[in-house]
Design a protein around this ligand. Structure first.
Ligand code: 4NP
Length: 166
């Protein structure tokens, strides 16, 4: 699949466990992309294998649900080599995830690898806070942060697609 051929972008969000930040990013981005009329394939994964097959953390499900977005059907998985060929963009939640992703990238991988906040002017390189050991308030704060990043990413992808169609 390639965004160039059909303007359909594919995006993989990656955190450590794939039960908190990247599931929230997957849900938030899917809703924002739909709202913006962007046709995207969206998924998420973790660099670690601690939670394979698990649903998102109940606190992540709750904060997404409070904003009208359902993420409870997701199941955690680990990033795999094929992801570097299948997705146009692989988006890391924090700098440690970024290093973990790059360490797994095959030489001939085609996905563009970046951090979520690289899509927000002035916040490039900033990590999304990990709420796993925190409180419900930390999950609310992370939700806000993720939505700021997702808004920037939608704008970036719209500009990319406009450039491809020119
Ligand atoms: P996530 O959060 O990477 O945002 O899904 C975490 C989930 C689990 C663990 C750490 C962070 N853990 O250590 O099990």
């Amino acid at each position: 699949m390639t965004g160039v051929a059909n303007q359909r972008m594919s995006v993989l969000f990656v955190c450590l466990g794939n039960i908190c930040r990247s599931p929230m990013a997957e849900g938030a981005f899917r809703a924002a992309a739909h709202h913006a009329g962007l046709d995207c394939i969206v998924d998420s994964a973790g660099t670690a294998s601690y939670h394979l097959g698990d649903a998102p953390d109940h606190r992540a499900i709750a904060v997404a649900r409070a904003h009208g977005i359902e993420i409870g059907g997701q199941a955690a998985r680990q990033i795999k080599v094929q992801d570097f060929h299948r997705f146009d963009h692989i988006i890391a939640m924090d700098s440690a995830n970024l290093e973990g992703i790059k360490a797994r990238a095959p030489r001939d991988g085609t996905a563009r690898i970046s951090m979520l906040f690289d899509a927000v002017a002035g916040r490039e390189g900033v990590s999304v806070p990990d709420p796993y050991h925190g409180t419900a308030d930390d999950f609310s704060n992370t939700w806000i942060e993720i939505n700021e990043g997702v808004t920037g990413l939608v704008q970036q992808l719209r500009a990319e697609i406009a450039g491809l169609m020119r």
